[in-house]
Every structure is written in C-alpha cells, then in structure tokens.
Ligand binder design. Sequence first.
Ligand SMILES: *Cc1c(COP(=O)(O)O)cnc(C)c1O
Length: 508
Amino acid sequence: MTVMEEGANNPEEIRYISTRGGEAPVTASMAILKGLSDQGGLYVPESFPHLDVPLERLAQMTYKELAFVVMRLFLGDFTDEELKTCIDRAYDKKFDTPNIAEMKQADGAWYLELFHGATIAFKDMALSVLPHLMTTAARKNQVDKEIVILTATSGDTGKAALAGFANVPGTRIVVFYPKNGVSPIQEKQMVTQQGENTCVIGIRGNFDDAQTAVKRMFGDSGLAETIGNKGFCFSSANSINIGRLIPQVVYYVYAYACLLAKGQIRVGEEINFAVPTGNFGNILAAYYAKRIGLPVKKLICASNENKVLFDFFRTGIYDRRRDFILTSSPSMDILISSNLERLIYFAAGNDPKVCADLMRSLSEQGVYEITSEMRQRTEGFYGNYLSEEETFRTIGRVYHNASYVIDTHTAVGAGVYEKYKEETKDETTTVIASTASPYKFTRSVMKALGEETGDEDDFALADRLEKISGVKIPAAVDSIRTAPVLHKQVVDIDDMPGAVLAFLGITA
Ligand SMILES: *Cc1c(COP(=O)(O)O)cnc(C)c1O
C-alpha cells in the first residue's frame, strides 16, 4: 500500500480541549477513553488539521486507505501501525460490500449508502471501529483493565454497539433494553447476538428507567471499586465520543472522492451534503470534513417533525420546551441534539465560557439564544424539516422517478434537499446521506409505497419489498429469521447492577 506509506509522516499532534473549558488539553487517545470532559463538556480539536493528500489522489483510494488518511489527522498520538490495525479489523466482512459504503445516483441527487454494515444503519460505520480505537487507547495509556461497555438502548444503538464490540479482546459489553419497548425485529437482533463477551438483558421498565439506572451505575464509585479490584472498568459507547465522530468524517471525503473518480465533478469543485439529523453527530462530521479542507458549499440539516434544529437555524434560538413527537423516523426523534454543542463552541469564537453558559441555560431553562455574530458563523448550514406526510410522499416520489427505494430517515434528507433547491435554485451537485436500509423500517416504507401492510409480520413484508425494490434482503435481516435466542435474562431495574456483576463473574 504505497499510498499509506507516502502519507505516513506524523501530523503535528492534535490535542483535544473541552467545549466548557476548565481542563488542560488531552491527547486523542485520552479523549476517547474519557468520552466526556470533567465539566461535562465535549472534546473538540484544539485546531483543525488539513488534508495533506491532493484531492485527485484521494479519488484512487479504497475506503480503508481514505480512513487512514483522514483519521490519522485527528488521532495524532496513534502510531500508523496502530491505526491501520484498527481500520483493518473494523472494515471487513462485517460489511456486505467490499466498498464499505456505496454511491447511487437517483432522481437528481447522489445517495451515499451508509447502511452496508452489521445492523444496516449508518451507526455501524463508527461503531465497528470504536472498540478497536478504545482498546488501543487503553493500551497506550497503561490502562490494563478490561473495558466493560454499559448501554441502555431504545432499539438501534444497542445492536450496533453489540455488533461492534462482539469478540473484541479486552472488552465486554452489557446492553439493557426495555423488555416491552422495542420492536420484535429489534429484540430478535439483540437476543441472537453471538460472542462470549456480550450480554443482553431485558428490563421490566421503560427506556428512561434503563437509561437512568445505567447513568447511576456509571456514577457509583463503590461499584467502580468493586469491579476495579477484579480488573474491570466501565466505559460508554456514547455518540458524543470523538472515537465515534472522527470515523464519520471519512465517508464524506469518500463521497467526494467517488464523484471525482466518476468524473461527476472537477478537482476543487464544491458539493453540498444533505443529512437526516437527530443528535447532530452525522452532520457535524460533514462540517469537520469541510474544516479539514474538503470543498463543501452547504450543509443541509434535515429534521423530521421534531424540528428544534430547523427553528434554531432560522431564529438563533434553541428551544427544547415542546412536545416530543413520535415519527416514522424514530432515530431522529430527539429534542436535545448533544453534538450541536461542538458547533456552538466554534460559533462562540472558541470561547468555552460562552458555550458553558449557553449549555447551562439549556439544562436549566430549556432554551438559549445565540448572538447575530454567532449566527454568522453557522451560515454554512441550511435547516428545514419534513412532515410525516411529506416524508411518505418523498419515498413514493423517488421510487416513482428512479425505481430506488429509500428508508424514512433518508427520505427526510431527500425531501428537505428538494425544499432547499426550490428555495435557493442552487444546482450544486448534492450528496444525501442515506442512513438506513429500507429493510430496517420495512413497514413504514411499504406503507409509503402504497402497499397493504395488514397483519403480515416484518419478514413477510421484507419478502414483498424484495420484489418491489429489486434489492436483495440484507443478510442482517435474513439471518435472524432462524438464529437461536442466546440471551433470555429479564430483570427488575433494581437488579441491574447485580446482573452486571454476575456477568463479570463477581460475587457480592
Ligand atoms: C442515528 C440516526 C440518525 C441521526 O443521526 P445523528 O448523528 O444523531 O444526527 C439518522 N438516521 C438514522 C437511521 C440513525 O440511526
């Protein structure tokens, strides 16, 4: 791999600072290990590195080669060897295409398919490499304990984390889910998870109960000591960890490289990205790609009916005091977009005091407002949203015009892009982040296509969708039809710590 060797001079070591200040800069590996800063702030790079390989060269690289070129800029204290090993272990047969991500042209836009991993949604892109970054970071910082990931899930993240951490030496993972609060397919995906180091537990309670109990375990110093004495430490695979953000920067560079390779754009020509958004992690990665020198014009932030971000970009006021709406794009049903804090920090001219004050206002009053000067610094973003009806219509429209079936989340991105084009007349080449396979949200997608969904189960619906879309049912769906249930434990909220200790083989 000559490409990798050429880029192998170590960049100046990037360090990370907290968006809320009050802490000395830390190395990348330390930021990954800690997740959140001591003050509850998020880690951001002290300054942005720059792509040091010419764009035309990027067009000739594989996904893994690009991952190396991009990630090494941000992970300054990882050796080239360490980083290559992490990338090799992540982007392998777990993905159903050797390209890892695919680009499809349909109905006037490019779709960047980020759903070819183990759980057919984009979170696999980062969660497949995070476990390796974490264990490497632990080794580099002389943490000799086994890492125990604790997660509460409302369905999707749990499975993606399980798939990422399964069989990774030096880690264990425990996932709690509300026994009666996830879809049958989501439950089946989790309870059939293989890997000696995995543990999936249903709880009698809802997602908030599970989440609160997990947070309590993270904060329980007695519990930390008990497991510490036996050689374990807790960690989380939370989406605010830079170990999840940085791997996401890669596929925006990859999309640009693909367009260059296909002769769709000239070197240096700007493109737009439209991103279906919830927690603001995915679109923030696109912003980071722009900051390291990728030619990007607009970042189109697409929301569903939980349109906090649309209101924010229109008014400069972030106001979470509103009803939470359940939509057909559940992974975007979010009122607090945690990763927005990183943009706020930059908009505040890298002033941690301003950022901390705004975040305090959000947690105490549920609202904050940024100044017009700060708003100017967010002008690279365009926000809009889609109603449920518009979302369904968009799925129908893209299928009708291009025989291409997209999922409900991706549809929000596609529909908002149409609104953007209408409003601005901007004809710049645009890439829409396709965040989930239509087979992940089969029932909604079939409804949008005008199909009866009656009392058929999701597998039967998937069989029909296969005929309509002409796209083979992904192995991730097909394999769980007959897979044996390996995790049967159900516990009360109060018994969650006991269940963790039992899994670790620790008797109280
Ligand atoms: C998580 C998720 C999103 C939202 O991504 P954020 O990084 O939270 O903005 C969109 N679509 C799908 C399918 C997701 O799983």
